[in-house]
Ligand binder design. Structure first.
Ligand SMILES: NC(=O)c1ccc[n+]([C@@H]2O[C@H](COP(=O)([O-])OP(=O)(O)OC[C@H]3O[C@@H](n4cnc5c(N)ncnc54)[C@H](O)[C@@H]3O)[C@@H](O)[C@H]2O)c1
Length: 234
């Protein structure tokens, strides 16, 4: 919730009438991001989304404050090691899988019961075009995001007969602090592939997520929605 895309989504969901909890590993940044929102109801929560007990505690704190859960957006992520597979350190590779994929499993699993009780649920996962195409020197990130896409499909099917919809977004390049983790070469290569010749904005990501989080998104589940300035063709 304190990252570039997470903040923009929180602001948009609050604008649409939701009370929002911003979860982040950086608790101070989560609190600051919550305070920066127009509605004072926003809650900042420190959480490590790779840790089962921490996710349970964050869910407990969120439900204690708001009583119910309608929407979960899984936006925590990190690019991980930028190196050829042969130069990749195992621990760094695993950390990348954990923050991008294990996190989606833990938070989504924790959200289902409260959403069943609410009689409504929307889970929106931030995947990446890397998960569809596989970026060179980013095998862990690409594999994790491909995992998010497949996980979304599985969960969407499992919950198809419930009021819960599960979808993911696959952005190409969005202007946020995450881009500082890329080398100038990787950034340039990524930009060069976008027919619109620009990065997207966090607001553009939030606009799509807001629809996926709404009751307007009723006949889509398990799906991957592109956000790539024309780059994705399948
Ligand atoms: N920005 C892009 O170009 C882009 C492109 C494709 C996909 N994405 C995906 O969109 C999502 C949001 O990206 P962003 O650009 O806002 O990134 P960001 O770096 O601005 O924000 C990511 C946030 O995740 C938090 N985080 C990291 N590890 C955590 C943990 N263990 N527990 C809790 N929080 C943790 C960080 O503190 C940070 O606030 C990510 O999943 C990213 O992979 C981004």
């Amino acid at each position: 919730g304190a990252g570039g895309i997470g903040r923009a989504i929180a602001a948009r969901l609050q604008h649409d009438g939701h009370r929002v909890a911003l979860w982040d590993l950086d608790g101070d940044a989560a609190n600051e991001a919550a305070r920066a929102l127009p509605e004072s109801s926003a809650l900042g929560v420190r959480v490590d989304v790779t840790d089962e007990a921490s996710v349970a505690a964050a869910m407990h704190a969120t439900l204690a404050r708001f009583g119910t859960l309608h929407v979960l957006v899984n936006s925590a992520g990190a690019t991980g090691p930028v190196a050829n597979v042969t130069d990749c350190d195992l621990a760094a590779w695993q950390r990348c899988i954990d923050v991008n994929l294990r996190s989606v499993f833990l938070c989504s699993r924790a959200a289902v019961q409260p959403m069943r009780e609410a009689g409504f649920g929307r889970i929106v996962n931030l995947a990446s075009i890397a998960g569809k195409e596989g970026n060179p020197q980013m095998s862990a990130y690409s594999a994790a995001k491909a995992g998010v896409i497949a996980f979304t499909k599985s969960m969407g099917k499992e919950l198809a007969l419930t009021p819960i919809r599960v979808n993911c977004v696959a952005p190409a390049l969005i202007e946020t602090p995450l881009l500082a983790q890329l080398t100038p070469e990787a950034l340039g290569a990524s930009l060069a592939k976008i027919p619109m010749q620009r990065a997207g904005t966090a607001q553009e990501a939030a606009n799509l997520v807001a629809w996926l989080a709404s009751d307007q998104c009723s006949f889509s589940s398990g799906a991957t929605f592109d956000l790539s300035g024309g780059r994705a063709t399948y």
